[in-house]
Write a protein that binds this ligand. Structure first.
Ligand code: AP5
Ligand code: ZN
Length: 217
């Protein structure tokens, strides 16, 4: 399977991508996670990206495309992949098609549109805690860790993302709405777009994905 997950901040892309990755044995490439790891490593790219991410804007198409190109070559992606949070501009969508063709990878099998109202997203984002090393995500209310503020597997402390505050979230939502409609139209025309009601519980969203993809999740 070659999948794309599109949805606003807090719609559950990362949560479901982790499930899909485990069940389908394919790789998960989240451009947000790749950018955050560049920030942690303190690379030039990371320094540039951090400013933009903390302001809620979009990092340049060129930078994210470079990251995707590099990571799609990882051996664990040979079996298939989940792109989480990419493409999010029409330019990125077109370049992705070119990239897949140039690398001799098959075209996308499905694009999943995680639809959910802005109001619900605030609660999801403001209650989120993450374990940066593994990418595992928790929520104070909806998906609490076994021990408060600790990762279930390693017991290490959880942290909040620097862009998970109300001011930045408002800008991230605006950036999402401004750039994404043309991307959804692009995939709709290709007949590979599936609408998922992402306001439902984590399990109910998983069931919808299972039906849309015709696989047991
Ligand atoms: P990115 O990291 O992709 O952030 P985002 O798109 O804002 O999405 P999130 O990661 O916030 O949400 P999610 O949908 O993964 O939700 P999650 O599963 O964690 O991007 C960050 C920044 O990087 C961007 O702003 C931009 O600057 C830059 N960037 C990234 N990609 C780019 C690109 N392609 N081009 C340009 N710039 C780019 O869930 C959220 C919370 O809710 C969690 O606590 C979870 O436990 C909980 N939850 C999940 N599902 C449910 C449910 N069904 N019910 C209740 N709670 C739930
Ligand atoms: Zn995410």
């Amino acid at each position: 399977q070659r999948l794309v997950l599109i949805g606003p901040p807090g719609s559950g892309k990362g949560t479901q991508a982790a499930l899909l990755r485990e069940r389908l044995c394919i790789c998960q490439l989240a451009t947000g996670d790749l950018l955050r790891s560049a920030v942690t490593q303190g690379t030039e790219l990371g320094k540039e990206a951090k400013k933009i991410m903390d302001s809620g804007g979009l990092v340049s198409d060129q930078i994210v495309l470079g990251l995707v190109r590099e990571n799609l070559r990882r051996p664990e992606c040979a079996n298939g992949f989940i792109l989480d949070g990419f493409p999010r501009t029409l330019e990125q969508a077109r370049k992705l098609d070119e990239l897949l063709a140039a690398e001799g990878i098959g075209s996308l099998s499905a694009v999943l549109n995680f639809a959910v109202s802005d109001e619900l997203l605030k609660r999801r984002i403001l209650g989120r805690w993450i374990h940066p090393a593994s990418g595992r995500t928790y929520h104070e209310e909806f998906h609490p860790p076994k021990v408060p503020m600790r990762d279930d597997v390693t017991g290490e402390p959880l942290v909040q993302r620097s862009d998970d505050n109300l001011a930045t979230l408002t800008k991230r939502l605006a950036a999402f709405h401004a750039s994404t409609k043309p991307v959804l139209d692009y995939y709709e025309q290709r007949g590979i777009l599936h609408r998922i009601d992402a306001s439902k519980s984590i399990n109910q969203v998983r069931q919808q994905l299972s039906e849309a993809l015709g696989v047991d999740l």
